[in-house]
Design a protein around this ligand. Structure first.
Ligand code: ATP
Length: 202
């Protein structure tokens, strides 16, 4: 079974591509969903986050107030590193657990992981990295249409992430998502075939 990491900037089309891979037969693991899970009450990183950042990051319903926490860590690099050192080990352990639970009949696991470029040195060692790439202006238009995010919020998120060039530098395959969904689908199918060939290569 080949292990693939799927990454890309905010709104580049990772989830759309992951869905197509799933339809082609991949076992998809969503690192973002796991990142949310570990900071839920009872999650492996919840208590540590509350201890480090204080009760101000817990909302009245007892969950982490993601907006309050994001405001702190986007403004303070040390706070961001502290949050990462609390959450990354828990996220990596849960990813490993899920990947190990992939059905034996499955030919590829695809880990959808937005921050792969930013967390180099982590314990994620895929056999192939697939990067979804789209021009900033296209991403901003799609995010404006699909999310409750202002243009300036979206730009701030883009600027806090790795650049397109940094992502492409770690890619084995780049999927261009600058145009239609059908063009996207054709490319994903081609990459899928090549991934399966990698698996059968000696
Ligand atoms: P995030 O970083 O926020 O998790 P993402 O990288 O997973 O986003 P998607 O959610 O797949 O990106 O795509 C962002 C939005 O753009 C969605 O509404 C999706 O339906 C739309 N979209 C993606 N690709 C295309 C395309 N080729 N044409 C039109 N709309 C698209």
């Amino acid at each position: 079974m080949i292990s693939v990491a799927l990454t890309g900037g905010i709104g580049s089309g990772k989830s759309t591509v992951a869905q197509i891979f799933a339809e082609l037969g991949a076992f998809v693991v969503d690192a973002d969903a796991i990142a949310r899970l570990v900071v839920m009450p009872g999650g492996a990183a919840f208590a540590g986050v509350v201890e480090r950042f204080g009760p101000g990051v817990v909302s009245v319903d007892g969950n982490i107030d993601r907006k309050a926490l994001a405001d702190i860590v986007f403004a303070d690099a040390q706070a961001r590193r502290d949050l990462e050192s609390l959450t990354h080990p828990a996220i990596a352990a849960e990813i490993a657990r899920r990947v190990a639970a992939a059905p034996p009949s499955c030919c590829a696991t695809v880990l959808e992981i937005p921050l792969l470029t930013e967390i180099t040195g982590a314990s994620i060692r895929p056999q192939a990295v697939v990067v979804v790439d789209a021009p900033e202006e296209v991403v901003l238009e799609r995010l404006a249409a699909s999310r409750q995010m202002t243009r300036s919020e979206a730009i701030a998120r883009i600027e806090a992430q790795a650049s397109r060039e940094q992502r492409i530098a770690i890619a084995d395959f780049v999927i261009d998502n600058s145009s239609s969904l059908s063009h996207l689908g054709e490319q994903v199918e081609r990459v899928w075939e090549r991934l399966l060939n990698l698996e059968s290569a000696p």
